[in-house]
Design a protein around this ligand. Structure first.
Ligand code: PLV
Length: 324
């Protein structure tokens, strides 16, 4: 246990300029490769930090609701800390993810159609004595952990990029990047917050000026599927310049396919939403609309990763969305 508390669980990930994406964007595009992060996504940064703090406070059992990746990060952390963990996922979660969770010793429960319903169950379970709830995105310790990503950007780039592109689910990554930008004095760097239609709870909230609960999650990007974003995301939009954009599932999926061909890496549609900012010309659109500087020098895209994809799933999604 002592050893598991000494260091963070996440690793410094590579930041590399992508020739292919730079060609598409017409400016240097740097990719922050969180897909090669411990547990397959950026999630371990915040979730790992949160779980370590809960372990210090004497938690005896962790319980996490997840669309998949937060659960994998939490299960990894729990195994390192030697704490039992229950992960609650929506029904219909991929067998691949369930097997992986069970493989690291987690108990898995499948409940509800979407993450929000699984989350209700996880919160119920967390009332048991000694059990501690792990949100996939909504806690200051999670944002503090995610902020490490921006410190790494500062370390690698030295000078601020023109913009940072990321995907928004419940908004934990957005809140963490905002915290990081404020911390390193880069609060003037615009954040381009990408969602898919049917999982666009942040865009809906920004437009309404208050939290909005979507009636359902209809996007295939299930990892972005929180019906309501964290309240903190609306504050982030006041503290930093946040440009919210929504793409279609087809755009996200085409981005996944093109990224596979360009960089030979397979990522989830949730990550495809961020990559679509480049591949679907969102950057140029924002520039044309005057919302992003014409003199944009470079952009960083957070390749958030994701475990919930396989070559077969990609094939199936292409057929489902008519993208073949
Ligand atoms: N996924 C969460 C929430 O799902 C989860 O439980 O794993 N990119 C990937 C690959 C993700 O897995 C997630 C979050 C995001 C982006 C969005 O991050 P967030 O929730 O911090 O905005 C329902």
């Amino acid at each position: 246990m002592e050893e598991a508390l000494a260091e963070p669980f996440h690793r410094v990930t590579p930041l590399l300029e992508s020739w292919a994406l730079s060609q598409v964007a017409g400016i240097p595009v740097f990719l922050k490769y969180e897909n090669v992060q411990v547990a397959g996504s950026f999630k371990i940064r915040g979730i790992g930090h949160y779980c370590q703090q809960m372990a210090k406070r004497g938690c005896r059992h962790l319980v996490c609701s997840s669309g998949g990746n937060a659960g994998i990060a939490a299960a990894y952390s729990a195994q390192k800390l030697g704490i039992p963990i229950t992960i609650v996922l929506p029904e219909g979660s991929s067998l691949q993810v369930v097997r992986r969770l069970e493989g690291v010793g987690a108990e898995v429960q499948l409940t509800g159609k979407v993450w929000d319903e699984a989350n209700v169950k996880a919160q119920e379970l967390s009332t048991k004595d000694g059990w501690v709830y792990v949100s996939p995105f909504d806690h200051p310790l999670i944002w503090e952990g995610h902020a490490s990503l921006v410190r790494e950007l500062k370390e690698s780039l030295g000078t601020p990029p023109g913009a940072v592109v990321l995907a928004v689910g419940g908004g934990g990554l957005l809140a963490g990047v905002t915290a990081g930008l404020l911390e390193v004095g880069w609060q003037h760097v615009p954040i381009i917050a990408m969602e898919t239609r049917g999982a666009h709870s942040f865009n809906a909230a920004l437009q309404a000026g208050r939290l909005v609960t979507l009636p359902d999650i209809t996007s295939v990007a299930k990892s972005l599927g929180a019906k309501t974003v964290a309240a903190r995301t609306l504050e982030c939009a006041k503290e930093c310049e946040v440009l919210s954009e929504v793409v279609e599932d087809q755009d996200a999926l085409r981005a996944v396919q093109r990224f596979l061909d360009d960089e030979r890496m397979l990522v989830e549609p949730a990550c495809g939403a961020a990559l679509a900012a480049v591949y679907s010309g969102i950057l140029q659109k924002l520039q044309a609309e005057g919302r992003l500087s014409q003199a944009l020098a470079s952009v960083v895209v957070i390749v958030c990763g994701g475990n919930n994809i396989s070559s077969q799933q990609l094939q199936d999604l292409k057929i489902q969305l008519g993208c073949s």
